[in-house]
Design a protein around this ligand. Structure first.
Ligand code: ZN
Length: 111
């Protein structure tokens, strides 16, 4: 007889694996989807409950959310293509002038 979901010897920790169908590994793993809003209501609920009770995971979530916010606000079409090319060209130029053999010529240059 195999009982699904029954943790073997589940004693001690109040927040052991399986309590909300989610352990820390799982929570962190799903964090990205959570922040992307790609999860089902149920899943989001599970994670939010987990984050509510689990300091380390909450910290990770907070950091990740903050990081996304910063990246989103910085990268919002703020950098024109022309500038990117100029910077890339400048770096290329610099490498060619400053250090012989810093970059092998003619290699790469895709984007
Ligand atoms: Zn956790």
């Amino acid at each position: 007889m195999v009982e699904k979901g029954a943790a073997p010897g589940g004693t001690g920790k109040p927040f052991a694996q399986g309590l909300f169908g989610l352990d820390c590994n799982d929570a962190v793993h799903q964090l990205y989807h959570y922040l992307d809003g790609e999860l089902t209501e149920e899943r989001r609920e599970q994670i939010s409950v987990h984050l509510d009770r689990c300091g380390p995971c909450a910290g990770a979530a907070h950091f990740e959310a903050e990081l996304r916010r910063v990246v989103a606000s910085r990268c919002k079409d703020r950098v024109p293509e022309s500038l990117i090319r100029r910077v890339a060209a400048a770096i290329d130029e610099d490498a060619r002038r400053g250090g012989p053999g810093a970059f092998p010529e003619g290699s790469g240059g895709g984007i």
